[in-house]
Ligand binder design. Structure first.
Ligand SMILES: Nc1ncnc2c1ncn2[C@@H]1O[C@H](COP(=O)(O)OP(=O)(O)OP(=O)(O)O)[C@@H](O)[C@H]1O
Ligand SMILES: [Mg+2]
Length: 316
């Protein structure tokens, strides 16, 4: 069973540079959340703060009653065992083969015998489709395989929370699509809480139960996928639809002249909300809701053509 992460009034600076302030959100247990935001808005810093690698200036991150931001080191050590983290580049040890890389956390953190280690490693290698590649070195395999090996390693301690930092960066669209399906299937299978940082708009539109957007040193919005995909809020609308017109410019914020030049420009209508990608293993996910439910419950008219099967996102 995944656990929830309650983030309250979290603020982080490096020296005088404020990264983000007053970030408040609850990452629901067992659901998939995606965190978006322009480069440099502090998404990776947020993930590192959630596992206690970085200390916030103020605010709290409460997991199972423990505040990671203020707890003693020994409690943090225990809480960290709940986490699996997939770093951006897979963070494999270059001189170890995939088997030893995946076995590493088990050998470090458990007293399992080598034969027990083998059972777990092979089970996770199988989950991510890497059986047969155990003897390969990270440098000998493709980026997509490295990501999957990183995912196997993130899963060996059966984490309650899995953090993914750009799992799809550097992958071709087909591999991204396979990885997204794998993420959804793993969420169904493990019921763990997933938080994914990505720049891939198609992933953000079709995979998660909830979406957050960090922008201009704060959390611009966080909520159910349908809420953000039907939102007219300028920053959310621009980012989730990858548009040039809107408040976000090349260097984060547009200046007054640029914004004035856009005045009166008609925005294209919001594109249809795609169907959410479903598990391929037939296991229902905790966060999965019937298409259009959030819109109906909240009296929101979704964009024309939403939730049609022909519109299930290009990744499906
Ligand atoms: N350890 C650190 N010390 C000082 N500044 C840091 C540190 N880590 C990150 N930063 C700064 O924090 C800001 C946010 O960095 P972060 O890596 O979280 O951005 P990001 O949103 O993940 O960007 P990207 O989408 O490009 O990965 C950047 O300005 C970065 O230089
Ligand atoms: Mg980053």
């Amino acid at each position: 069973m995944g656990v929830e992460i309650q983030i309250d009034q979290l603020t982080k600076s490096f020296g005088k540079q404020l990264i983000w302030g007053d970030v408040t959100l609850t990452v629901p247990a067992g659901e998939i959340c995606v965190m978006l935001g322009p480069s440099g808005t502090g998404k990776s810093v947020l993930l590192k703060t959630l596992i206690g690698l970085l200390k916030p200036d103020k605010g709290s991150v409460v997991i199972e009653g423990t505040d990671i931001a203020s707890c003693p080191e020994k409690d943090l050590y225990e809480i960290r065992k709940l986490f699996g983290v997939l770093f951006q580049d897979g963070a494999m040890f270059g001189s170890m083969n995939l088997y030893d890389n995946v076995a590493f956390p088990l050998r470090e953190h458990t007293r399992k015998t080598e034969s027990e280690v083998r059972d777990v490693v092979m089970e996770k290698m199988d989950l991510v489709g890497l059986i047969g590649a155990e003897d390969k070195l990270p440098g000998e395999i493709s980026g997509g395989m490295r990501k999957r090996a990183g995912l196997a390693r993130a899963l060996v301690l059966d984490p309650q929370i899995v953090l993914f930092d750009e799992p799809d960066s550097g992958l071709d669209p087909v591999r991204t699509s396979f990885l997204n399906q794998l993420i959804i299937d793993l969420n169904a299978q493990t019921d763990a809480t997933f938080l994914i940082v990505t720049h891939d708009i198609n992933t953000a539109r079709t995979v998660p139960d909830n979406i957050g957007l960090l922008y201009h040193k704060h959390l611009a919005m966080f909520g159910p996928r349908e809420m953000l995909l039907s939102s007219e809020e300028p920053v959310v609308r621009q980012f989730l639809n990858a548009q040039r017109v809107g408040p976000i410019g090349m260097s984060e914020e547009k200046d007054a002249d640029e914004l004035a030049a856009e005045q009166g420009q008609d925005l294209p209508p919001l594109p249809p909300i795609p169907l959410q990608q479903e598990p391929s293993n037939g296991i229902p996910r905790r966060g999965q809701r019937p298409p259009g439910e959030w819109c109906r419950e909240n009296g929101v008219t979704p964009p024309d053509g939403s939730f049609e099967s022909t519109n299930a996102g290009i990744a499906v």
